[in-house]
Design a protein around this ligand. Structure first.
Ligand code: EPZ
Length: 431
């Protein structure tokens, strides 16, 4: 089983490039099948989740041509199967975007119901509510969502019961090829929602208001070819910002949109970091011990839930007691027990973590409970005194391209290893 082994203590110094946003890419790759013409997508992150979704698209008959590591051509004209295999939804929940894409284009789709995951139960009732509002017949049969609309889909006025990124995107895709006009209220405003809307519009869709809480969609008959570049990944960027802060480093993070990072920048500045914004880059400098604050995760433009484990680890090293409230998912503090093995002093009560900052962590063997918590534990290892071994790093590889390579380029002593023997060799090498 692959592991990361880290010798902590080195400040992260230097510069790195951020890749395309995983959470935009998964929806855009799905939407790409909605035309029978060829779509050319650049700045695709080369991570496990996007590669699994490309396999799923090929499995239902779509043509996928890898131009290079970060560029792909997709043609959906040869799709003959509107049913996605369970193996894909089991690997990545976001395969459910194929539901909105297939339903929008073919007016029928079958996708296994995604189970819960490590951060919560994550129902998709709002997705199904939207599809039904558009006139689809949606049933759950033998563990799969079976959606069809023989009479076609019809634009409607839809209110989401809560802000949901996935439901906003899935309904937007289906509505983009419905008859008539759809208004989607209480829509998610994340940058990746905007990126999917921009992509669909580049294919000839008619979507207005993405990025606000009311999205207006006038359905079109057909979508056409497009060339598109995926937006930079704000969560990847935020993760490196916090890595710089936790190791008292100085990192220039390139190929970002600083506006997308404002909530993270505000918190880092509040606790004592220096953050410099440039047109398409951001620099984080932390030279002294940081101090406490309160954080509450909220839908964009609030502080992102996908950055909650990372800032909690940072605050676990800060002076004073911090409070972090997770208002989006019900089970996103599983890393706290792992952090305790490194000396972290965090108490979880319901959806709130009470964090008593400590002077420093000591290296230990820990296990990544999910994607973002795994990245946060790596950050803890980078800041710790001694050796940290992180197990279950496949979670991390789902959303971070070349994570250990980028960190090593900033001076981190980190290596991906495949055996205990390699861990010993690393220990010997770093002394
Ligand atoms: C997306 O998940 C992201 N995943 C998540 O990132 C991210 O944490 C989340 O948005 C919030 O920003 C992808 O984009 C692939 P939601 P999604 O629907 O769409 C509840 C990562 O680390 N809800 O906005 O599933 C839900 O349970 C991942 O990259 C319903 O109750 O999130 C949650 O409590 C983790 N019914 C809240 O809404 C629904 O039908 C927000 O979920 C849909 C959601």
């Amino acid at each position: 089983m692959e592991q990361y082994v880290i010798r902590g203590g080195n400040p992260l110094v230097g510069e790195i490039e951020i890749g395309g946003a995983k959470n935009a890419a998964l929806a855009i790759l799905s939407a790409a099948i909605m035309t029978d013409e060829t779509v050319y997508i650049e700045n695709l992150p080369d991570v496990r989740d996007t590669n699994v979704l490309l396999d799923a698209i090929q499995k239902i008959g779509g043509i996928v041509e890898r131009v290079n590591r970060h560029t792909v051509r997709i043609n959906g004209s040869t799709i003959g199967d509107y049913s996605v295999d369970y193996e894909y939804i089991k690997k990545i929940r976001a395969s459910y975007y194929l539901l909105g894409a297939l339903l929008g284009k073919y007016k029928k789709a079958e996708v296994p119901l995604p189970g819960g995951c490590n951060i919560g139960s994550r129902p998709i009732d709002q997705h199904l509510k939207g599809f039904r509002a558009l006139g689809a017949q949606v049933d759950i049969r033998h563990g799969a969502i079976c959606a069809s609309a023989e009479q076609g889909l019809f634009g409607r006025h839809i209110y989401l019961d809560m802000v949901s990124v996935g439901a906003t995107i899935n309904i937007m895709m289906a509505a983009s090829m419905a008859n008539g006009y759809t208004i989607l209220e209480n829509a998610a405003r994340e940058p990746h929602v905007v990126d999917v809307a921009n992509f669909l519009n580049s294919m000839g869709a008619n979507i207005k208001g993405a990025g606000t809480d009311v999205i207006r969609i006038r359905g079109v008959e057909k979508l056409h070819a497009a060339n598109y570049m995926i937006v930079p990944d704000m969560i990847e960027a935020g993760t490196y910002m916090i890595g710089a802060a936790a190791t008292k480093g100085d990192v220039l993070i390139k190929n970002v949109i600083p506006k997308h990072l404002e909530a993270i920048t505000a918190k880092l500045t509040e606790i004592g970091c220096e953050v410099q914004e440039f047109d398409d880059a951001i620099r984080v400098i932390a030279s002294k011990r940081l101090h406490r604050t309160h954080v509450k995760t909220l839908p964009y433009p609030g502080y992102p839930t996908d950055m909650q484990p990372q800032i909690s680890v940072l605050l676990a090293l800060a002076r004073g007691t911090s409070i972090v409230t997770e208002s989006i998912f019900e089970n996103r503090f599983k890393y706290v027990d792992e952090l305790a093995r490194m000396g972290g002093n965090v108490k979880v009560e319901g959806n709130t973590a009470i964090i008593d900052g400590v002077e420093g962590f000591t290296g230990a063997r820990v296990s990544a409970p999910d994607l973002r918590a795994g990245a946060a534990l790596v950050i803890a290892g980078l800041a710790a005194d001694g050796i940290t071994v992180v197990d279950d790093i496949t979670y991390i590889q789902r959303g971070y391209e070349d994570f250990e390579v980028k960190l090593a380029s900033l001076g981190a002593e980190i290596q991906k290893v495949f055996s205990e023997k390699e861990v010993q060799k690393f220990r010997y090498r770093v002394g």
